[in-house]
Design a protein around this ligand. Sequence first.
Ligand code: SAH
Ligand code: SF4
Ligand code: F3S
Length: 447
Amino acid sequence: MPHTSPPKTYRVKSFGCQMNVYDGERMAESLAARGIAPAAEGEDADLVVLNTCHIREKAAEKVYSDIGRLVKAGDAAGKKPLIAVAGCVAQAEGEEIMARAPAVSMVVGPQAYHRLPEMLDKAVAGERATDTDMPPIAKFDALPARRRTGATAFLTIQEGCDKFCTYCVVPYTRGAEISRPFKDLIAEAQKLIEAGAREITLLGQNVNAWTGEDDKGRAIGMDGLVRALAALPDLQRIRYTTSHPNDVTDGMIAMHGEVDKLMPYLHLPVQSGNDRVLKAMNRSHTVESYLRVLERFREARPDIALSGDFIVGFPGESEAEFADTLKLVDEVRYAQAFSFKYSPRPGTPAATMEGQIAKEVMEDRLARLQDALNRDQLAFNAASVGKSCTVLVERKGKHPGQWLGKSPWLQSVWFEGDVGIGDLVHVELVEAGPNSLAGKVLEHVAG
Ligand code: SAH
Ligand code: SF4
Ligand code: F3S
């Protein structure tokens, strides 16, 4: 590839989970630290980072079609952009991408993206480079300090997964479970708060598997970290995601009854309401043990909003086994949930299991499950009408004077008022829809 001039502008496009978004922000910061500016909305960037996700189907296809589009736009403008493929597809299919897409000059995995600036120097010199090494922690030490954020910010505290659910690529794309050190997390949280964050969401593939040592050298779990963060002035709210049922501790349940800044919301994926299916998925929890855990959270924090993830059509799932998932949903009454058709992922044990389910059957099951989940979400929102709660202002709405923020239960709330981004206001919830509520400002709490 010929020598190109160094890029002046960049764009990072993130396609995956919240951690993928966090990684995208960190890549953007490392490019900005090199003096490269974010491309303006609607303008072509000199460098495009496709930050991919591999969790379900069509991820790779999407990357190739995006690359195709960028090449076409580049040809039309007479200026080819430098293209980097990052994220979990890069980790899983890096070599194939390099072979199939000559327009790509950098492939960088989720544990190696701190090396993006060096790779960029090579790319400018006309060299293509792939880095899918997995050195734990190294990237966090090598990235520049955090400087930019909105009212809400993500903070990765734990990464990787040792659970090996039989359908899932994450243990292969993110590597083994690691916890970032306590002092690094407090320092990053402080930087985010200085930059304007009022809410921090702690992230991990199994966030509640986090362990560390506090500043006095005592062994602590995620609850100890949450309590330490809650002591930071100017931080108003703490959330965390995603938890695994098997990593729930007594301390984690107790913190929901005791830490005011911790929001009453729990995302605890279950995947299926049938024990045979759970076993085939290698989830290592049962329906009963999962329900017992939820009950204990509800005892500690009666208004806690519950959320989950579901997969329909796992190989061998019978109609009766699927009906058990509907039964579980009826019992729990989730405030919000995510549900997916099973997608065979290359290299995972479930992909070659017998009894793969037909597409139409999966679609029918997904539609029935989503009907039930939507019903419960609307009911949860409707039951919130008349309540007053705090809302953290995140952004302006479409109309003048209109704002959008989140309730403690992660509902989107629209309201009018004389406020600013990052303010915490007391709002009465006056009207509910399936995906958001309307609120009326009662008073300013902070900001
Ligand atoms: N670590 C988290 C979830 C990470 S992936 C946990 O175990 O709870 C996010 C969600 O994607 C999963 O909870 C699951 O519902 C879904 N998912 C993962 N692999 C999938 C696959 N092969 N097909 C369909 N959905 C999948
Ligand atoms: Fe995937 Fe299971 Fe690990 Fe979650 S716990 S990331 S679903 S392997
Ligand atoms: Fe996707 Fe990787 Fe996240 S596969 S869901 S971006 S961990």
